[in-house]
Design a protein around this ligand. Sequence first.
Ligand SMILES: Cc1cc2nc3c(=O)[nH]c(=O)nc-3n(C[C@H](O)[C@H](O)[C@H](O)COP(=O)(O)OP(=O)(O)OC[C@H]3O[C@@H](n4cnc5c(N)ncnc54)[C@H](O)[C@@H]3O)c2cc1C
Length: 428
Amino acid sequence: MRTVIIGGGVLGLTLAYDLARQGVDVDVIDARRPGLGASEVNAGWVVPAEAAPVPGPGLIAKSLKWMVRRDSPLYIRPSLQPSHVRFMVSMWRRCNARDFRRGFQAHLALAETTNEILDDYARNGVVFDSYEQGLLMAFAHRPHLEHHLGDLDIPTSFGLDPQVLIGDEIQQVEPGLRAGLGGGIYFPGERHLDAASLTTGLRARCIELGVTMTADTPIDAVERLGERVLAVRSGDRRIAADMFVVAAGAWTGRITAMFGVPLPIRAGKGYSLDLTPAPVQVRTALNLSDAKVAMTPYAGRLRLSGTMEFAGHDEKVNQTRVQAILRAPTNYFDDYVAPSHAPQARAGMRPMTPDGMPVIGLLPGTDNSYVSSGHGMLGITLGPGTSLALAELMLGTARPTQLLPFTPDRFVRRPRPMPALARSGAHR
Ligand SMILES: Cc1cc2nc3c(=O)[nH]c(=O)nc-3n(C[C@H](O)[C@H](O)[C@H](O)COP(=O)(O)OP(=O)(O)OC[C@H]3O[C@@H](n4cnc5c(N)ncnc54)[C@H](O)[C@@H]3O)c2cc1C
């Protein structure tokens, strides 16, 4: 059974690995090179404890405040384009406690086995760097810490064991943090990875298992007969298969539109940059929670990441926001000095959905095409569980009920009737 996966980010590669291990003949097709983009530049955190959906109580007020600051962690480019307005209104409607708690629980169920799956990858020849010192959410201001305590029952019910640290107790976990901070929440069971090593390791192991990796091949047309997709095309090249999966990150909506299902997935741009050598000693995956900046310690270097920009698909780097990321640790560390010559930041496009939850499952109106995308800020955390469950669904080896909240059906009233050959851009 031949399967084509469109997109070679962490979602495409983990699925390719799971299918190939079951003996499926897999071709991963990428517009660039599999493993680049968001899947390489991210903070590498595997943090179910932070797996809350983006829309949450208080986000509307916060985003309005941030809109007027050029260096804020959130930017929404003003636009009257109907799809943009629909997306934002739909997101704001989800900014309530009920949807937030439901989404958080659904994410936690999907991430419940992530650590076991990652260990299984390592046992089965996927080589990647993993660090297991837990996650610390640090708060400069006590009210910000208190705001987070209300929802701790959710990760606790999934066995994540949050430890609340008041004021300087936080230094027991990260001794380098300055005295006088508001406090923190420590999750000892969380881990972080070198994201580039994970995609490189998966790619190499997939190739050993017989997966074909096709680079520089943007899919721009879909050929079908009724509900059956026969082939995808890139220019003159035709690629036929029995099953298709769209895992094209922030570009997924454009591609699923060619399958008759224009999913509302938009790009949420973020930046990361590596400071070598590390300017301060950090042990854990450290969330500077008030500033919305992630610090990830690796051997000999420190990665800083942050920012969420809803501003289309261009990967240009906004230096004002990068400078804000670089300055953020000064409020948390006495010893940190922002480098005067900043290293080059890289941008990654997070695939965002209006309800902040991934879209995983059979594409409505087709009988052999699937989608796995919309993982937003959580592709590394949710990717391994997503792909294992989706492989089971595709091969009919199990009924993964944890995927039910993520069905693509929630965004589709009726699939569009499609011509035999649907091209990119023709179905907006
Ligand atoms: C700064 C930053 C920090 C982050 N930190 C974390 C973190 O700590 N933990 C966490 O869990 N998540 C984190 N994330 C989120 C995570 O990186 C993403 O959710 C994840 O990488 C999405 O993976 P993907 O495979 O869906 O998309 P991508 O990695 O974007 O891959 C999609 C692929 O599809 C390809 N493609 C696009 N169009 C086409 C086409 N027409 N034909 C063929 N191929 C196509 C692209 O070239 C790309 O390679 C972070 C993201 C950013 C930006």
